[in-house]
Ligand binder design. Structure first.
Ligand code: PBG
Length: 322
């Protein structure tokens, strides 16, 4: 007798009863760009609906996120000036440090995560310190550590090193402990691929490399086994949460990460994924709400617990409707 699969698909209530994957607004993490010295929010051209925010605009944004049920944010800073030492990244009064305080003051329950990488803070736009035209992995680690400690001291709940230097999680964990900030969690960008999908972000954060590319420190998109090694290494180095990035093109890696470790797992659905959907939706070629909810569901089905998405506030509204 062949199985009859349609019986449980017959009505909305039956389908809901047997639904395996549910996305909640509280699963979502909203990435926010904060620009130093801005008086108004600036639209990001390649990401319609996204903005570079002034610190003073954050309380209102936080209020909105709270209302729709998004409880976590990931902050990216855009300093007003750059230098080789990336001093804007580590200074007590840096743009991210100010933003953390403004957001925590506005809503103490908000989970504030911060990006730890120097690409937006140096003229080269690379994620590590340069020696000639090469990235100097090991001399980047103290800078990342100082940045992480400074974010933790400003009140960040979690730091997320995206620079992709080897041993960055171990170095940051050690620095946090030494500074007495052992309650601050680390989300490892465990499997971050050298992806064309980061294009719009680099416009948003003004962080495109001035020469070359990031292929020497981000993963080759062709390599799944390599990503697995990196994931295991982040677990060993003391990451509290793992992450796979980008999302849509790397669902196989996400599934593998889920099976490799019991740590909470995040996926970062990156700028290019947002822009693709927005562009097609703005042309009337795709049903935006349907596509966004379908992709978020796919991330969870593949194994993600948390989803970093520029659609977070909109998606939360849609999720609350249903
Ligand atoms: C910084 C960083 C990038 C992203 C997150 N952190 C850009 C890059 O690596 O070039 C990309 C996020 C996105 O595209 O939404 N190192």
């Amino acid at each position: 007798m062949p199985n009859v699969l349609r019986r449980l698909r017959r009505t909305p209530a039956l389908r809901e009863l047997v639904r395996e994957t549910v996305v909640r607004p509280s699963d979502l993490i909203y990435p926010i760009f904060v620009g130093e010295g801005l008086s108004d929010r600036q639209p990001i051209e390649s990401m319609p609906g996204q903005f570079r925010h002034p610190v003073a605009g954050l309380p209102l944004l936080v209020k909105h996120l709270h209302e729709v049920g998004v409880k976590s944010v990931l902050l990216f800073g855009i300093p007003s000036s750059k230098n080789e030492r990336a001093s804007g990244a580590t200074t007590k009064n840096g743009v991210v440090q100010q933003a953390i305080k403004a957001m925590k003051d506005a809503e103490p329950s908000l989970v504030v995560m911060t990006d730890v990488c120097i690409c937006a803070y140096t003229p080269s736009g690379h994620c590590g310190v340069l020696r000639g035209n090469e990235i100097d992995n090991d001399s980047t680690l103290p800078l990342l550590s100082a940045m992480a400690v400074s974010h933790a001291e400003a009140g960040a709940d979690l730091v997320a090193p995206s620079s992709m230097m080897d041993s960055q999680v171990a170095a940051i964990r050690c620095a946090l402990m030494q500074s007495g900030m052992d309650e601050t969690a680390i989300m490892g960008y465990s499997a971050k691929f050298a992806s064309g999908f980061y294009g719009p972000f680099r416009e948003a954060a003004d962080s495109a490399p001035s020469f070359g590319d990031r292929a020497s420190y981000q993963h080759d998109p062709a390599n799944g086994r390599h990503a697995r090694r990196e994931i295991l290494q982040d677990v060993e180095e003391g990451a509290d949460i793992l992450m796979v990035k980008p999302g849509l093109s790397y669902l196989d890696i996400l599934r593998e990460a889920r099976e490799l470790s019991d740590l909470p797992l995040a996926v970062y659905s990156v700028s290019g994924e947002y822009s693709m959907i927005k562009a097609a939706a703005n042309c009337g070629w795709l049903d935006e709400k349907r596509i966004v909810l379908e992709t978020l569901t796919a991330f969870k089905r593949a194994g993600a617990d948390l989803i970093i998405s520029y659609f977070a506030p909109e998606a939360a509204l849609w999720l609350n409707e249903s």
